[in-house]
Design a protein around this ligand. Sequence first.
Ligand SMILES: NC(=O)c1ccc[n+]([C@@H]2O[C@H](COP(=O)([O-])OP(=O)(O)OC[C@H]3O[C@@H](n4cnc5c(N)ncnc54)[C@H](O)[C@@H]3O)[C@@H](O)[C@H]2O)c1
Length: 379
Amino acid sequence: MKQLNIGLIGYGFMGRAHSNGYRRVNNFFDLQYQPVLKAACGRNAEQVKAFASKWGYESTETDWRKLIERKDIDAIDICTPNNTHKEIALAAAKAGKMILCEKPLSMNTAEGAEMVKAVEQAKVPNMVWYNYRRVPAVTLAKKLIEEGKLGRIFHYRAKFLQDWTISPDLPQGGTALWRLDVAAAGSGVTGDLLAHCIDTAIWLNGDFADVSAITETFIKERKHNLTGKVEKVGIDDACSFIGHFENGSLANFESTRYARGHKALYTFEINGEHASIAWDLHDLHRLQYFEHRDEGQLRGWRSIHVSDGDHPYMKHWWVPGLQIGYEHSFVHQVADFLEGLATGKPAHPTFRDALHTQAVCDAVLKSAQTGCGEKVQKV
Ligand SMILES: NC(=O)c1ccc[n+]([C@@H]2O[C@H](COP(=O)([O-])OP(=O)(O)OC[C@H]3O[C@@H](n4cnc5c(N)ncnc54)[C@H](O)[C@@H]3O)[C@@H](O)[C@H]2O)c1
């Protein structure tokens, strides 16, 4: 088995999710490559050492530039806030490292385009962690659409709802709350949550043509953790947009961090000529399916428990009927990346794929500002 030495930057939520993926993948998938947890990198020496010891990393670094310079690292995994992705990716590509970058790819399309150019010029394998593509029920939706089960698609609607920023006393910025700081995040729910919905939608239903959006920032000022001062909030707290896909279907998307009672409710529904599909992150192992061509008296929504051996990814896990969860989507993403290295057929989404999502996010934010519909830039 070939070893792939991983250098991971950032040991927060995604640092843990990816490390779990690297550690478990060879226990369940037969692959030619094995990830080796070579080094973890973070700015706080003590904390990064504690993380490395918990997850089994062989060494630590406190400066990502040093990590990238190391000859014993094959792949750089970027698990840091959005404003750091570009600089790290450009340096990693220049050093000839493979790159696995967290989403959103970049702060905006222009930055993303630079990153695409860098990895393509350096010819380094690259991937962005839009992990929801690898939830088996979502992968099954892709298969059903590709098989033509839905026929012509009319509607694609998606929501991503949370409620954790309702308190006006919540500060912005700093290690734990960088998502509320526009300088670190680039945008609010659009780049953080809708980016997931948009990536899944592009994958299932093709590119967007145009969008028309509204955004709102409900709490206008918050104390900034880095300056200690009360400062303007620059992120969108909520965003709704409608639009057209290039295949002529209509888009209806909503995301907010002000939907009291919802913690991470990602849902989508697709309505086609013959059938409809619905999925819900809170019940992620099920796919709801309605088939109009069923015999009339038996017609109705079926709830498919995506846990059988012939369902995507499931033969690698337990026995039919036993479900898996959120963290497995990252194991699948690692498996697909490693498979891509072995076969030479890259795992998706690549940086170039993820740039499409970036272009939609930019058009959404621009439309909310101009009050007009905006065409999505072709990238
Ligand atoms: N795929 C998903 O579902 C998903 C979920 C959550 C977050 N994300 C993305 O992952 C990235 C990280 O988010 P998170 O939730 O893990 O954040 P987090 O705040 O939990 O962790 C971020 C980590 O980056 C470190 N960091 C910040 N600046 C750094 C620097 N200059 N050098 C080294 N380390 C630095 C922090 O100390 C921390 O360890 C973001 O881009 C985010 O959008 C993706």
